[in-house]
Structures are given as C-alpha cells and as structure tokens.
Design a protein around this ligand. Structure first.
Ligand code: NAP
Length: 480
C-alpha cells in the first residue's frame, strides 16, 4: 500500500526566527533521494539573522512555569500524533528512509515529548544540612537549576525529526531558549515541527529554527558570544573541529559510532541473527548506534552466518513509500558510492559478499560480507549504510579487544546466555552503552545516552541529561 498523497506537492517553507516566519532571497532545495523529485524549499538565513535570533531570545523577559512547559510539550505531542502519518511521509520523502522506519521515528519523537513533559514537572533540587561537621553551621544549603540563557543546537540528517525533538523538547522542559540549525539534507520535518510548538503555545523567542550554510550560519552559531551552550550531533570530523574552535563554552558532542554486536559461543543464534539484521539494516543502517561489526565466535560462525543470510532476505530494499519495503535509500548517491567502494575494498582484501551488494541510485541492498579483514576501512571507520560485516573472534577476550579496536565508543551489544560473560563484556567494552541480548542502540528516551572516545566527550543526552546540560546549578543557603 502507498500513501495516497500527491507526489507533486512541493513544500515552500520559511525558516523561523523567534517564532516569526523568515523569508529570504536565498533558498535551499531538498530532493527526494529515491525519486529525485523536489520535496521542498527552505529560506536560508545568514549571519544577521543569527544575531537577530540571539537578540530576540535574550531580550525576552518572560518565563514559563513548569506546568506551562509541561502543557506546551503535551499539546505539541498531541498535534504531532494527529499528524503522525504526514510527518512520517515527509521524513520519508526528504531522507529516503522507508515508511516503516519513519513511522517508528515519529513514535519515538512522541515518546521524547511525553518524557520531557513529565520531566518538566520535577524539581531536581537538593537539600544539605550545614551542621554536619565541626566547621558546619546551623544552615541549610539548597540547589536549584536555572536555564542556560541561550542554547545553540545543530542536528544531523539521519533522524530528521527525532534528533531535532531530542534537542528542542529538553530545552522547552528546562526553560532554555534555543536556536536550532537542522541538516541541509533534511530540514523540512524540523521546520514543520517548530510550527507545532508555536501552535502549542511556545513563545516565539524560545525557539528559532533556521537553516544556513556552514560558513554563514553554523560555525558562527558555535562561535557566537551570546550562546553559552552548544549541543551538536553529527560526524566525528565536524565534532572535532567544533571542539577545537568553540572556545569557552559548554559543549555537548554526540558523534559517530562503529558499534559491535558480539555473538558468543553459547548465544541463541536465532535471537542473534534477528538482532544483527535489525541492528545493521534499520534506518538503512544510518543510525549512530547501528550495528557496524558482527563479532562472531568462530565455533558458531557457520550457523550464524547461514541464519543471517536467510534473515537478510526479509529486508527488501525498494520504494521507501511502499509498506513492504524494509530498507529505503541512504541519504544520497554519493553515500552509496562510498559504501560500494568499501565493499569492493574488503573483497579485494579477501572478504566475500554472501548477499546483496548491488545498488541502484541511492538504494543499497542490505549486504552481508563474510571474512572481513580486521583492518578494512569498512570496519575500522563508520560505514553509514546497510552493511553487515562479519568478523570471527576466538573468544570473549578477543571479542572485547576487537570491539575496542576502533576510535569510536558509542554503543555495543553482546548475545550470550552466560551472565558472567555478559558482565565481563559490560565492564570490558569501552562505550557509552552496552546492551545484553539486545541491539546496541536500545534505549528509552529518559536514559543517559552518548559515547566516549571519538563518539563524544562523555557528556550525555537523553531527555534528563540534556535538561541538565541546558541548565546550570545554583547553590544557595539559609539560616536554619
Ligand atoms: P555532519 O556532516 O557532521 O553534519 C551534522 C550537522 O553539522 C549538519 O547540520 C551540518 O550542516 C552541520 N555542520 C557541518 N559542518 C559544520 C561545521 N563546520 N560547523 C558547524 N556545523 C557543521 O553529520 P551528518 O552526516 O549530518 O550525520 C551523520 C553523522 O552523525 C554520523 O557520523 C552519525 O553517526 C552521527 N550521529 C551521531 C549521533 C549520536 O547521538 N552520537 C546521532 C545521530 C547521528 P549541513 O547539513 O549544512 O552540512
């Protein structure tokens, strides 16, 4: 079944500067990676608009009570729920991700809003008694959190809606004004989502969503002296650059991954093959936590590989708007060409393609590659697409060493029935998350999320941690 809306519709969207539509002479065109059709245009903002957005946010002297923030988030959630199909279709058209994936993404965005609405109501202050040591006084010491005056946020293309909601919803919950720059590849859902928030009652100065070039807008946003905190999600290369130039500023960097799934000798292999396929192929393999390396105990290599090849047959790549499609496109043809090159290079080094490997336009078939040498770019770097590279491991320790052998440290999974082995893996793998008998990317929206090494500085996201990032603790004391 296809959604019936006309393919001809092209959106003509403004940016939003402090709640007001911004129309400029410069526009960016967004094309459907599958069909090549023009999906929409967006007005481009420049340095002057950034300055104005900062001024208007900081000049605004209003504030919302916890209850008002809670209400705005719930109202926006309800509006998004009413238009869930439309948002899923829009994300599909701008990103090429299949409707199954984008429908799931909208559901996750609803969860983020619900979680943020709940967190907005909670008081996270602490109380300490002063008279607890010989030097103490009869006082009480309290903490409260105050919103950062202005936050800058930059989002990637791979979850065009949910990445954006993970920036905006915690800011609203914490009461911090925010200026967001979405990805130029997928800005449409972000702008539409901002409209829902204004409709839900969010005061305009609390949110600007503006698209501008890296030189004119994105880097100036990071460098801007009125913006005290910047939250960035994207590639390691850009994250490192931002860390180098940002200067005296709070910085949250959520960067790339190269997540391993360890499949141990005693694993339930049906479960392992299912997790491997979901982990490698969902969202066309374009999740920071997607499984990028299958590290399989040599004694179960053959049956696991057989099961995975079979399972891969269920993941049909095709028209993203067909419900039967399990894998849509990657973001563009250049990305597919890069993936294809990585597969060829692995094959030249001795790997074997067991299933998939073909491409058409921006579509890449889910591809199982066996006997992948440990030094291939496909598994040393992040290969952002539906590839399933299999590497043999001798034992758990070898698996942990190999899991740790890349520059990344975002997430990992281990499939085993042995609790001791699971604990050893949790302790031994240096990543932000380790999931047992689950894909590396499993989480709920309130749990701390984020990586170490080249995947991030260890400053977490997830609604609760993001609210902490977007606020500062004030300590005060009273005589008691
Ligand atoms: P990207 O190329 O780093 O771009 C991310 C964002 O940064 C885009 O909005 C981009 O703008 C902007 N940007 C690029 N250069 C910039 C600069 N010099 N200064 C300021 N902003 C700049 O990443 P991507 O290709 O969109 O996203 C995929 C990457 O994100 C993958 O590596 C993935 O693993 C990672 N990711 C990480 C997480 C996580 O939570 N750890 C989650 C999702 C994705 P333009 O679009 O205008 O270029």
């Amino acid at each position: 079944m296809k959604l019936s809306r006309s393919r001809e519709e092209t959106l003509d969207l403004p940016g939003y500067l402090a709640g007001q539509p911004l129309r400029t002479d410069g526009t960016l065109e967004v094309f459907n990676p599958f069909s090549g059709a023009l999906v929409g245009t967006v007005s481009l903002a420049g340095r002057d608009h950034l300055d104005r957005a900062c001024e208007e946010a900081l000049a605004w002297k209003g504030s919302l009570t916890r209850y008002q923030r809670h209400e705005v988030l719930l109202k926006a959630r309800s509006l998004l729920q009413q238009r869930a199909e439309e948002f899923a279709l829009l994300v599909t058209r701008e990103s090429g991700l299949c409707l199954r994936d984008t429908t799931y993404e909208v559901g996750r965005a609803l969860d983020v809003l619900q979680c943020a609405a709940v967190e907005a109501l909670k008081d996270e202050g602490q109380v300490f008694s002063g008279d607890v040591s010989a030097h103490g006084k009869a006082r009480k010491i309290f903490t409260l959190r105050e919103p950062v005056p202005l936050v800058g946020a930059i989002a990637p293309f791979n979850h065009p809606l949910n990445q954006v909601v993970h920036k905006i919803a915690p800011a609203v919950a914490a009461g911090a004004p925010l200026i967001l720059k979405p990805s130029e590849k997928t800005p449409l859902a972000a702008i539409r989502f901002a409209e829902l928030l204004y409709q839900a009652g969010l005061p305009g100065p609390m949110l600007s969503v503006l698209l501008g070039s890296v030189g004119e807008f994105a880097e100036p946003l990071v460098l801007h002296d009125r913006i005290e905190a910047v939250t960035f999600t994207g590639s390691g290369a850009v994250g490192r650059r931002l860390a180098a130039i940002a200067g005296y500023k709070k910085l949250c960097l959520e960067l790339g991954g190269n997540s391993p799934l360890l499949i141990l000798e005693d694993a339930d292999l049906e479960l392992a093959a299912g997790l491997a396929a979901e982990g490698c192929y969902r969202n066309s393999g374009q999740r920071c936590t997607a499984v990028k390396r299958l590290l399989v105990h040599e004694r179960v290599l053959e049956p696991f590989t057989r099961l995975l090849v079979e399972k891969t047959g269920e993941y049909r790549a095709g028209d993203p708007e067909e419900w039967t499609t399990r894998v849509g496109t990657v973001i563009d043809e250049a990305a597919v060409v890069g993936l294809e090159r990585r597969v060829e290079e692995a094959v030249e080094a001795g790997a074997r393609v067991l299933r998939g490997g073909r491409r058409k336009g921006a579509l890449m078939e889910p591809t199982v590659v066996a006997d992948v040498p440990r030094t291939c770019k496909m598994v040393v770097n992040e290969s952002f697409g539906p590839l399933a590279p299999i590497l043999a491991i001798r034992d758990l320790e070898d698996g942990i060493d190999l899991a740790n052998a890349t520059a990344y440290g975002l997430s990992a999974g281990v499939v085993t029935r042995d609790i001791q082995a699971a604990i050893r893996a949790v302790k031994g793998i240096r990543t932000g998350t380790v999931n047992v008998n689950q894909v590396p990317g499993y989480r709920i929206e309130s749990t701390p999320f984020g990586g170490v090494k080249d995947s991030g500085l260890g400053i977490k996201e997830g609604v609760i941690e993001a609210m902490k990032f977007m606020s500062t603790v004030k300590t005060f004391s009273l005589p008691w």
